[in-house]
Design a protein around this ligand. Structure first.
Ligand code: GN1
Ligand code: MG
Length: 363
């Protein structure tokens, strides 16, 4: 058990720590809510950063500080109200400028808890329209940022790299699980070229990298008491990437009628109502900067993300579950199958998606 009081004391927080309790269900970091005893003092979110995944915590926090400062400045310039609920505020450590503390074992950071806000695990067409607008706005606000952000996980959404990692896992077969998943591996390989389109377009100079969120899950947004989006959270993966990351990963999680790890594959279907609402919202704020190549390939992004996530879950399963937290032994395999099922459903809707995007983008 970590010495929470000792850790919190390292940060320039206000008030007296009352309680520290686990918060949320992220697969990567450990998150806690720190309640202060005084009613007029802020509460905080404390996180143990997974430094096996984010190996350069200094890069990670510099990216996050640069991005939140840029957004805060933009909100101030535009005269927005309630700014402290619209952008995260990281707490510096006492007597130093850094926003993280290393206790000899783990890296910790703290941010102000946003009062009266909540996250959602399920989406409706209304909230996904807002989400589309919010993630589009997030990208739009960062389009003119000069700071040179580094990739906090190099090649995070590089499909070619993810396939190489899967092939390495298969070659080593550390957990002796390859024999049991030959059918999925075969299907994945049969679509590998098609799914690496983004990297090819980028090499040909036809697809830019922009600052993206790269983990645009439904539960990475905060809503206010009226169900309005306040801000996007979980900024660890904010880095240069293709806009496909934010578009595709939202639909992967938000437009799945089942769960990411559903055992009942009949529940896993691509939800066109969510797709339409999210796409309308996204294009309303992102159309100002998106290129025709980016717009034309949004349906590809919707397919690539379930595919990429299947590749990642399957590689982890084959490696013996070293990356994602699991709740039972074949959890990563169940997740893989659910992502492949989602991909099949996306495939069936591709022509309809194309037509819809063309009508909205052309409008
Ligand atoms: C991880 O921790 P969480 O749940 O926000 C992962 C994402 C995956 C997701 C799958 C840094 O995100 O890329 O899409 O799990 N984040 C990292 O649920 O690998
Ligand atoms: Mg998260």
């Amino acid at each position: 058990m970590a010495d929470f009081n000792g850790i919190v004391a390292r940060f320039a927080t206000e008030g007296t720590v009352g309680s520290v309790k686990p918060l949320g269900n992220g697969l990567i970091n450990d998150t806690y809510v720190v309640r202060t005893e005084e009613a007029d003092m802020p509460d905080y979110v404390l996180q143990r950063i997974n430094h096996h995944i984010f190996t350069d915590v200094d890069v990670l926090q510099s990216n996050i500080e640069a991005v939140t400062a840029h957004i805060r400045r933009k909100l101030e310039e535009s005269g927005a109200d309630d700014i402290d609920r619209k952008v995260l505020r990281f707490i510096p450590v006492r007597g130093g400028g850094k926003t993280y503390h290393f206790d000899g074992e783990s890296y910790w950071r703290m941010m102000a808890f946003i009062p009266g806000a909540h996250t959602l695990e399920a989406v409706t067409p209304e909230s996904s329209r807002d989400a589309g607008r919010a993630f589009g706005e997030f990208q739009a606000m960062l389009v003119d940022m000069d700071a040179d952000l580094k990739e906090s996980i190099p090649d995070f959404h590089n499909m070619e790299l993810r396939l190489r990692q899967l092939r390495e896992a298969v070659a080593l077969d550390k957990a002796g699980r390859v024999e049991g998943v030959r059918d999925i591996l075969e299907e994945i390989e049969s679509r590998a070229d098609e799914m690496c389109l983004a990297e090819r377009l980028h090499r040909e100079g036809k697809l830019p990298k922009r600052i993206c969120h790269c983990d645009t899950k439904v539960n990475n947004m905060m809503f206010d008491e009226h169900g309005q989006v306040l801000c996007v959270i979980d900024l660890d993966t904010v880095m240069p990437s293709y806009v496909f990351s934010d578009y595709g990963d939202f639909l992967r999680t938000g437009a799945n009628k089942g769960d990411e790890d559903d055992r009942d594959l009949s529940r896993v279907e691509f939800d066109m109502d969510i797709f339409r609402a999210f796409t309308e919202g996204y294009l309303s704020s992102a159309r100002t900067f998106l290129t025709p190549v980016e717009i034309d390939n949004l349906p590809y992004a919707a397919a690539m993300f379930p595919y990429m996530q299947a590749v990642r879950f399957l590689a982890d399963y084959i490696n013996g579950d070293t990356y994602y937290k699991i709740q039972y032994p074949d959890h990563n395999l169940v997740r893989t199958r659910a992502q492949m099922k989602l991909l099949h459903s996306v495939d069936r809707h591709t022509p309809e998606m194309r037509a819809f995007i063309a009508s909205v983008a052309g409008a």
